[in-house]
Design a protein around this ligand. Structure first.
Ligand code: MN3
Length: 220
């Protein structure tokens, strides 16, 4: 079974004016599509095709040497973007503040939702080069903010660029230039600022539930 590019869960223009339709189309079809294609090419002819994307990435150390780099880069890209698309929604539906468990957990871990937002935005803005900012559920059950370089997902082993295999991502923000450059040019801070208006907190709450109860945060 080869990996497949999941369709966008909305029309490419659904996130306007925060993210323009052309950016979404190129980002999804060409960038994410390219990662899936290259991942499948790398795995072709191996006996690894029945592993989930998380299993492949968490088991990076046990893979044949020549597969580690493509699985990390393209498999990481596939995982991160599969998580990313559903956490975005229209500016009418999205944004605001979460309620329920997430709200309580933000208060516990950061003092307040506003404080969390500040910490997350600073982490994303401070990332040098290409990468992702993350909200993760730690193995101890607390929320934490971190970032990774390139397409490293947060649950890669630490020595491989991740935060440790027990980390489960709830929310990720793509801060590669391809995610914002057409509309925002070099103004990464504005992209991050506007992104808060399209965060799908219902999806984040679902991801939290999955992170607590299942191995995979990705919908089946
Ligand atoms: Mn991207």
């Amino acid at each position: 079974m080869a990996f497949e590019l999941p369709p966008l869960p909305y029309e490419p223009d659904a996130l306007e004016p925060v993210i323009d339709a052309e950016t979404m189309t190129i980002h999804h079809d060409k960038h994410h599509g390219g990662y899936v294609k290259k991942l499948n090419n790398a795995l072709e002819g191996t006996a690894l095709g029945d592993r989930s994307i998380e299993e492949l990435l968490q088991g990076l150390d046990g893979l044949p040497e020549e597969l580690r780099r493509p699985v990390r880069h393209f498999g990481g890209g596939h995982y991160n973007h599969s998580l990313f698309w559903p956490t975005l929604t229209t500016p009418i539906e999205g944004g605001g503040e979460p309620s329920g468990d997430l709200a309580d957990m933000f208060n516990d871990a950061f003092g307040s939702f506003d404080r969390f937002r500040h910490v997350f935005s600073s982490e994303a803005a401070g990332l040098f080069g290409s990468g992702w900012a993350w909200l993760c559920l730690e193995p101890q059950g607390r929320l934490t903010v971190a970032s990774t370089q390139n397409q490293d997902p947060p649950f890669l082993p630490e020595h491989a660029g991740g935060l440790g295999v027990g980390q489960k991502p709830i929310l990720g923000l793509d801060v590669w230039e391809h995610a914002f450059y057409l509309s925002y040019r070099n103004d990464k801070a504005s992209y991050i600022d506007k992104w808060w208006h399209i965060v799908n907190w219902d999806q984040a709450a679902k991801n939290l539930e999955r992170a607590r109860s299942e191995t995979s945060v990705l919908a089946g």
